[in-house]
Design a protein around this ligand. Structure first.
Ligand code: PBG
Length: 323
């Protein structure tokens, strides 16, 4: 029997050889760090379903962001737990609400850190849905006005990027128009363009205190079975003026990320969501897999699929792994 001349193992023999032919790399600046901010002072409240994640008061948030920035993180994504909830999510549009307060503090103390704000109503409504309820379902067009107002409140507070996650039809166009009219034509929109109705958001709803009190989100978030529809959602958001498009969740959607990368010449973000995080933490906590190996493998896979930016609760730890 003749030995083959092609031996793939030659370039795998040593770390330096492997590094020389590595096709996919990541940098700390590629990660966006999602954070939960709540009223109070000196508070770091552990989120039980997400080991290592905390709801923080503004003062603690600033310190966490300072540390993240020192780690090389360029951007954070803020979610707010408000003082009060009502049917219309009014606290989302309060100029002195939790998000505007957090944004002002961050921009004052860490001006070079990019602050992205999640725009949605589910954290602010008493029913936990992402918009106004009419006849037992979320009313698309009535919700748009509230989302536009919320976006303006965030922009006035100094947010660098607005990120709508509600999945109402035409919300990107509506928000773009509102921002432009109020003097915020320079503020980019990162749209949750292909956002699937996913069981992997479970721990987040614990962290953001936002589970729907009735039904689920399948009348507005996408059916995980649909790939072509995801491309249409992305195309629509781009038409409406989105600057960065997002695919969410990440690891169950690597095919969607890849296809979006091949089709659209826009920056693509992917969200490694709460369930992806907690699954890895739980398995690592039980000694069933190695935490750092799986963090870097999962993030590398998301990058290999085509994501430019990765939103991940592992951002700080990942920054040290990819330094
Ligand atoms: C708000 C929102 C959700 C997430 C991001 N923005 C929850 C949801 O849609 O139910 C999920 C993030 C995560 O799971 O980490 N609409």
């Amino acid at each position: 029997m003749e030995f083959p001349t092609r031996r793939m193992r030659r370039l795998r023999r040593t770390p330096v050889l492997r590094a020389m032919v590595r096709e996919t790399g990541l940098n700390p600046g590629d990660f966006i760090f999602p954070l939960f901010v709540r009223p109070g002072e000196g508070l770091r409240c552990a989120v039980l379903s997400m080991p290592g994640v905390f709801q923080m008061s503004v003062d603690e948030l600033v310190e966490e962001c300072r540390a993240a920035s020192d780690d090389g993180i360029r951007a954070v994504l803020l979610f707010g737990i408000p003082e009060y909830k009502d049917a219309l999510g009014s606290s989302a549009c309060d100029e002195n609400g939790i998000i505007p307060r957090a944004v002002r503090a961050l921009k004052a103390q860490l001006p070079s850190l990019a602050v992205i704000t999640d725009v949605c109503l589910c954290e602010y409504t008493d029913h936990g849905h992402c918009g106004v309820i009419r006849d037992g379902d979320v009313d698309n067009d009535a919700t748009l006005e509230l989302l536009a107002r919320e976006s303006l409140v965030h922009a006035r507070a100094g947010a660098d990027i607005i990120a709508p996650s509600d999945m109402m039809d035409f919300r990107v166009g509506y928000i773009r128009d509102a921002l432009d009219q109020e003097g915020f034509a320079h503020i980019p929109i990162l749209s949750y363009a292909a956002k699937f109705a996913s069981g992997f958001y479970g721990p987040f709803r614990d962290a953001a205190e936002s589970p729907p009190k009735f039904g689920d989100r399948r009348s507005y978030q996408m059916d995980p079975a649909n790939r072509r529809e995801a491309m249409t959602e992305i195309a629509l958001d781009i038409e409406e003026g989105a600057d960065i498009i997002m695919v969410k969740p990440a690891m169950p959607c690597l095919d969607i990320i890849r296809e979006a990368r091949d089709r659209f010449d826009f920056p693509i973000a992917a969200y490694q969501v709460s369930g992806e995080y907690s699954m890895i933490q739980a398995a690592a906590g039980n000694g069933w897999l190695d935490l750092d190996t799986v963090i870097s493998e999962s993030l590398t896979a998301i990058r290999r699929a085509g994501a430019d930016l990765i939103i991940t609760y592992f951002a700080r730890r990942a920054a040290s792994l990819f330094r």
